[in-house]
Ligand binder design. Sequence first.
Ligand code: HEM
Length: 403
Amino acid sequence: MTTTPPPLHGPEFEADPHPAYRWLRENEPVHRVDLPGGAWAWVVTRYGDAREVLADPEMLKDPLAGEETWFKAGLGLPYDHRDSLRRSMVNVDSPDHARLRRVAGAAFTPRRVRALEESAERVTARLLDALVASSDPDLVRDLAYPLPIAIICDVLGVPETDRSEFHRQAAVIDSSSYEEIEAIAATTDWFDSYLGSLVDARLAEPTDDLLNDLVQAHRAGDLTRDEVTSTAFLLLVAGHETTVALIGNMLLTLLRHPDLWERVRDDRSLLGPAIEESLRLESPLQNATWRFPARPTTVGGVRLEAGEPVLVSLLAAGRDPERYEDPDTFDLERGSSHLSFGHGAHFCVGAQLARMEARVAVGAVLDRLSGPRLRVPESELRWWPSMIMHGLFALPVTFDPGR
Ligand code: HEM
């Protein structure tokens, strides 16, 4: 056994982060990791500690609570410093948090989610028609990536004519690294002004979408204008890559285990449990978003000072043997919960929407593709180079014709 902590970055880590997290869980469950720009953070890897930190109201989410080295390293993205895009529920604490969350959460009504499901079915059918006709079908590029962005456009009420530009700009946010400051700044300007124009349109004439609900809450004095645009932007950022990773990671797991593929294809009551087990085993978010202790505290026996940045590893917690028996095995009968949508006050607002999209997308793939297999060796699959996300750039497949 190695005595030094393994790196939490680089191609080897990205291709298979689980051994590194296993080492940390066993040897340094609350681990200090160096980050770009001279910053560092605590990484919490055991399920029990992770759950405790996520539920702790004294673990603040407001980036202004973070100590100076973290703040100066610019690890919050550039748009985190712009009031019109950063005043959202994920960056604030009580009591503002409850107010912001109530308005956005109330907008995901059952009627809206039903309408979104019909839309997801239509979009998925169209994407799969193109995928089966393609000479180089790719389940991430052709399905997992475009579906969630189409649904976010429905949620926000982005007009059809603006959608290709909206997709193009969202792709810059998804694919840019911290170093690509100029590209991110340009796309941030674009979203700032575009979301502002959607707000103006709804102030002039109400529509039937979530953005309209936010604008009406602004009219009623419950939200500021910055909070409206920031919430719209958060829904884009929080609801896109996460869902891409859920669908992509789950399809990869099913491709690795043809017996599982057949079981779920033949018994659709297993699709829900398969989604939950995939969330646990290959959490789309490696780490939850940043937290900062309001005052000195102890986590897993380690003392943390006020303002020191904390990352909770959802990926590591999902495989903690203290919590899950035989944690590396995909078990459809497991029936246990996970932390992959978070826990406590900041639990994911879009969890039901994400589950619905995964059900529709993976269900349709099971219906349409027979005898699917990877078109490249698994070692050639490329994972996003990120400490926050855990997802695939591409998932090239082949399958038997004519189903
Ligand atoms: C598989 C897909 C998804 C995963 C794995 C996921 C995961 C998470 C997690 C772990 C958190 C908590 C972050 C923390 O406490 O630091 C969170 C929060 C959030 N998620 Fe999701 N999410 C997904 C999809 C979505 C979708 C589709 C939407 C909306 C369109 C969404 C909107 C949000 C929002 C607004 C928050 C902030 C909640 C708050 O701060 O109170 N998410 N999500």
